[in-house]
Design a protein around this ligand. Structure first.
Ligand code: NAD
Ligand code: IPM
Ligand code: MN
Length: 357
């Protein structure tokens, strides 16, 4: 039976994960498959109880699971922790690294019913369908050394950006394979005019591209890409890039859909797949039942499809989301004139009802 580790985490993580679990359970009932869901402590919630962001018990659960459904972690309460204990580093990055999940897929699809929710003009975002493929276990997030030392002016801090041919090859290759089932275009994003890692990225991407003559290929500098994403996002199909550029560009791209709360993600390629919305714990709206759970619910759908091969239930969840949005129901972040604003729980329930229907 599929085993899923559910890690709600902190802030809105708890609320959105609850909604996504209900949707998963509803889909399981409707389509007659079984899921084993095990919840565990992760992030600040884990730190407060055990003194660790990623306690051993949770490590063991993850190792024994086929997939992880993650809410979000972090918040001002834990921002004072030293680097080695920081939730983001000792929790999230350790989980990604341990899983070896090197490819983070972040699909950015515009729902017609949300055209008015974007801060961009409807004609700019209409019909966009972009897949951001973000390298997830390398680059400056994992490079060593990382330290601080005394300096004449106070302190000196060092982070290290690091990439090897193999790390670049495997994620770019995946981007090409995914593009083959889409509109057959790959844009590789880097900063090759400055960074050595980016020049290696560009050379490696070119040699991978040579294996896929049927897929159109281009390189783009990251600063230009940030601009093109809001200028004419329809030019993009698959966008592949290194860890930090992918982090930043995908938050930007989220606004094409209307809200960062809409975007799901799948982190694959390792021993256990990780599914999480792209946003964080949103401390500013936590505990108010107003967070948008759609990104997490769509992450659960990606999990059913990619890890468990349950294509029909996955598609049904995605269609249920569409139908609920088309009926005019919105969480506050995507509300518009004439729409009915509902809370996190209610949005989850509406989607469950559509899945059952
Ligand atoms: P954030 O993504 O949490 O929030 C940014 C803004 O978007 C906020 O105004 C928030 O209210 C809004 N927002 C985010 N998700 C939303 C949703 N589902 N519905 C409606 N509005 C939503 O980013 P931040 O504020 O920069 O970071 C907060 C904390 O989260 C930090 O500690 C950060 O490290 C952490 N973080 C964790 C993850 C993760 O666990 N995967 C991801 C990103 C940030
Ligand atoms: C994300 C987040 C994380 C990242 C942080 C919390 C470490 O922003 O998942 O996008 O930068 O990868
Ligand atoms: Mn991010």
């Amino acid at each position: 039976m599929p085993r899923i580790a559910v890690l709600p985490g902190d802030g809105i993580g708890v609320e959105i994960t609850r909604a996504a679990v209900r949707v998963l359970e509803t889909a399981a009932k409707r389509f007659g498959f079984e899921l084993e869901l095990h919840e565990a402590l992760f992030g600040g919630a884990a730190y407060d109880k055990t003194g660790k962001a990623f306690p051993q018990e949770t490590v063991e659960l993850v190792e024994a699971s086929d997939a992880v459904l993650l809410g979000a972690i972090g918040g001002p309460k834990w921002d004072h922790l030293p680097a080695t204990e920081r939730l983001e580093i000792a929790g999230l990055l350790r989980l990604r690294g341990m899983a070896g999940a090197y490819a983070n897929l972040r699909p950015v699809a515009a729902y017609p019913s949300l055209a008015g929710a974007s801060t961009l003009k409807p004609e700019v975002v209409r019909g966009i369908d972009i897949l951001v493929v973000r390298e997830l276990t390398g680059g400056v997030y994992f490079g060593k050394p990382r330290f601080r030392e005394p300096h004449a002016t106070g302190l000196r801090a060092v982070d290290t950006v690091e990439y090897s041919t193999g790390e670049i090859e495997r994620v770019v290759d995946l981007a090409f394979r995914l593009a083959r089932n889409r509109r057959k275009k790959v844009t590789s994003v880097d900063k090759a005019n400055v960074l050595e890692t980016s020049r290696l990225w560009r050379e490696t991407a070119a040699s991978v591209a040579a294996k896929y003559p049927d897929v159109a290929f281009e390189n783009m500098l990251v600063d230009n890409c940030a601009m093109q994403l809001v200028r004419r996002p329809s030019q993009f199909d698959v966008l592949v890039t290194e860890n930090m550029f992918g982090d930043i560009l995908s938050d930007e791209a989220a606004m094409l859909t209307g809200s960062i709360g809409m975007l799901p993600s799948a982190s694959i390629g390792g021993t256990v797949d990780i599914y999480e919305p792209i946003h964080g714990s949103a401390p500013d709206i936590a505990g108010k039942n107003i967070a948008n759970p759609v990104g997490t619910i769509l992450s659960a759908a990606l999990m059913l499809r990619h890890t468990f091969g349950l294509d029909d239930p996955a598609r049904e969840i995605e269609r249920a989301v569409e139908r609920v949005l088309e009926s005019g129901y919105r969480t506050a972040d995507i509300s518009a004139e004439g729409s009915t604003v509902v809370g996190t729980d209610e949005m989850g329930e509406l989607i469950c009802r559509e899945v059952t229907a």
